[in-house]
Design a protein around this ligand. Structure first.
Ligand SMILES: [Zn+2]
Length: 445
């Protein structure tokens, strides 16, 4: 594995999405990596001429080199129960999720957390934003495992003081949850030279008092940390919030009143929003994590993606394991496309989401949603070298030289979305360091 900081070059088919709707490709491309950053991008022959023998060249053909995939919303303690349950959100939480989160502490958390981050990097995810369980040690275990794995991670201890799975009295839960969250933030926020960051993480309005949400928002502001929560995922949840907060104009207003909508806030789901709510999120410059595979699995609904994008909201994609059945972000992109196709069957004027657009959401779009587009998300010199190398031969039904030579960037992105995953992921790099390498070249010619 590439682990030192000396400059090196990677050769392959470079593909990224500099904006929504645009794919950029270089079939015989190369990226030079120096001290964790992309120092140069260009055609291999040109760069090779400039640096004939001064650096080490890794020829990865027939492979595509993409910016690393960004998962803006998932749950560390839930991975062991993926694909479990057939109910909607609230009964599913009670039956399948709270029991597994209740157990996610001590040796179990310390054993599962490293495997979780290993799975993420094996799937080509280089940046993840995730929730731990309610226990301080579950979040500590997550940060420790993320630190060891080399991934870029934003994590937070789950906060809930209403109907929690914990054993403490609600009043005690509030003060302890705030104390522990602050302690975790002080310990981990911006550690590893900023590779690890903290997100204050009130679960959602159904399981959090106003005091908890307001305090979480204040802490996030004080520490310039992230804030993450769930919003308007499911109809029954909406009714529950309406009964709990009768004076609020709508669900989003509950968060607005608590100061939770900020430019550092990432709200998950946002399926059932009215136009006022969409405008409020846009005005607050909060971001949205769209979790389409979860929305399909739990029957939550079909995201009005066009409306959020039109309002100027930064939207990233999230696997939302275990609401979503897997960590593979290519499958999440596929679900995003299928959700919009399903909508367009009933809304004739709606243009379906194209593969290159879904890919944008999982790369530069995700980086924008996390306020990191200046450092990651695309293949540009000066950015940090978070990259994945994907074996194209492993994706083609009949991998031969002719079929490979004909591929366009659009073809390759579509192949990855419909057939990609860990079986084709050869290498994952964060800050120029190879943090995952496939055991043997998959499907090499
Ligand atoms: Zn979630």
């Amino acid at each position: 594995m590439q682990s030192d900081t000396s400059p090196f070059g990677l050769r392959g088919f470079l593909i990224d999405a500099p904006q929504f709707g645009t794919l950029r490709g270089r079939p015989n491309g190369a990226v030079l990596i120096d001290n964790g950053k992309i120092s140069k991008i260009g055609d291999y022959d040109d760069l090779r001429r400039l640096h004939p023998n001064s650096i080490r060249w890794l020829d990865r053909r027939p492979a595509a080199i993409f910016p690393g995939l960004i998962d803006c919303h998932t749950h560390l303690p839930q991975y062991s129960v993926v694909a479990r349950g057939e109910s909607e959100l609230l009964p599913w939480l009670r039956q399948h999720i709270f029991p597994v989160e209740r157990e996610f502490t001590g040796p179990k958390a310390r054993a599962e957390a490293p495997a979780f981050f290993q799975e993420l990097v094996r799937n080509g995810t280089t940046t993840v934003m995730a929730y731990a369980a309610i226990y301080e040690d579950s979040c500590d275990a997550g940060f420790e495992a993320a630190k060891q794995s080399g991934i870029r991670a934003i994590l937070g201890k789950m906060m809930m003081d209403l109907g929690s799975y914990g054993q403490l009295q609600p009043k005690k839960v509030l003060s302890i949850s705030l104390l522990e969250s602050e302690r975790l933030c002080r310990k981990w926020h911006r550690s590893e030279e900023g590779r690890l960051e903290y997100a204050f993480s009130p679960r959602f309005a159904v399981t959090c008092s106003e005091k908890m949400m307001r305090s979480a928002a204040e802490l996030a502001a004080r520490f310039e940390a992230y804030l993450q929560t769930h919003l308007a995922e499911n109809r029954e949840e909406l009714e529950k919030v309406h009964h709990l907060y009768m004076s609020a104009r709508d669900y989003t207003h509950v968060y607005e009143k608590c100061g939770m909508l900020t430019p550092h806030t990432v709200v998950g789901h946002c399926i059932h929003l009215n136009p006022r709510e969409i405008a409020a999120i846009a005005a607050a410059q909060s971001s949205v994590a769209h979790c389409p595979s979860s929305n399909l699995f739990l029957g939550s609904g079909l995201m009005k993606l066009d409306q959020l994008l039109k309002a100027g909201i930064n939207v990233g994609l999230g696997s939302d394991v275990a609401g979503g059945p897997e960590l593979n972000m290519w499958q999440v992109m596929r679900a995003a496309i299928e959700v919009q196709k399903a909508r367009s069957a009933y809304e004739p004027n709606l243009r379906p989401l194209r593969p290159g657009e879904a890919f944008y959401l999982a790369t530069l779009g995700g980086a924008r949603a996390l306020g990191k587009s200046n450092i990651i998300g695309s293949l540009d010199s000066g950015k940090e070298a978070d990259l994945i190398v994907v074996d194209l031969a492993a994706l083609l039904p009949y991998p031969n030289e002719d079929a490979l030579a004909e591929l366009t960037p659009e073809d390759i992105v579509a192949l990855c979305i419909y057939r990609g995953g860990p079986q084709a992921n050869l290498e994952t790099y964060v800050r120029g360091k190879c943090i995952y390498q496939a055991p043997s070249p998959a499907g090499a010619l």
